[in-house]
Design a protein around this ligand. Sequence first.
Ligand SMILES: [Cu+2]
Length: 160
Amino acid sequence: MTRAPILAAALLTLAACSPGGSGSGEAATVQVAGAVCRPTPVGRQMTGCYLTLTTATADRLVSASSPDANMVQIHESRIESGMMMMNELREGLALPAGETVALAPGGNHLMLLGVNEPLVAGDTVALTLTFATSAPVEVTATVGQPAASEYDHAAAPAAH
Ligand SMILES: [Cu+2]
């Protein structure tokens, strides 16, 4: 009988792989990268911030806040009657498992409203992102022009 030892070895391998599910023992967190906020336009107290979110398990970005602004909203941009319109995503933004979701110029973004002091290139903005399931994530965004994106061919200056 040679079958039993082989079966035992297979079970051992399974057991070794199972703790932690995905192989990491850490609690699920959303990875945030490339956080950039545009400088505030002269005389205005609002601006957009962009970043990418990656999560191993499906989640939802439900809100954001910053000590540097009265309010942070999650916005989508879309073309209506030939004009770029922005809407608040009151339900937040779905984050599919295993995908990288980009908040990028011309698309979704975080809108800082009531910015306390004018933001100029080189400043930083503290952002706290709150998710439906994962722990909140604090990131420091750099103030500058966001990198060109697939949404933004026409409006991308060579400034970055
Ligand atoms: Cu907006």
